[in-house]
Design a protein around this ligand. Structure first.
Ligand code: FES
Length: 126
């Protein structure tokens, strides 16, 4: 049986906690702690936000549309062309809109503020 786990040098990957504050369409704020690497869509759904995420991250619906607070928007990796195309179809889109299924949380995003739009449109249902 291999001996392992006894070395003090043994490294475990430690995940940073990333705090996300959601702001609902009617102005309620809810702060949740998420693990680094988690997708914003699942974090929002877990917090009870109204994010359908109908296509489960395949960039085929836009029901995961969120609006990022301007101070935080610039810290995100830029949206891909496919994401931009899908955002064009989202209801209530703004200059700082993103698809939450395309955002993986990093320690640099600790404190991010995310607005949940008041309306969404499911492109699969027309
Ligand atoms: Fe469908 Fe994000 S879940 S585009």
């Amino acid at each position: 049986m291999p001996a392992h786990g006894s070395s003090p040098q043994r490294r475990r990957r430690e995940f940073e906690v990333v705090r996300v504050t959601f702001i609902t369409a009617d102005g309620k704020r809810l702060a949740v702690d998420a693990a680094e690497g988690a997708r914003l869509l699942e974090v929002g759904q877990g917090a009870g936000m109204s994010l359908e995420g109908t296509c489960e991250g395949q960039m085929a619906c836009s029901t995961c549309h969120v609006v990022i607070a301007p101070d935080w928007f610039a810290r995100l990796k830029p949206a891909s062309a496919d994401e931009e195309d899908m955002l064009d179809l989202a209801a209530g889109v703004t200059r700082t809109s993103r698809l939450s299924c395309q955002i993986a949380l990093t320690p640099a995003l600790d404190g991010i503020e995310v607005h949940i739009p008041g309306e969404s449109r499911d492109m699969q249902l027309r």
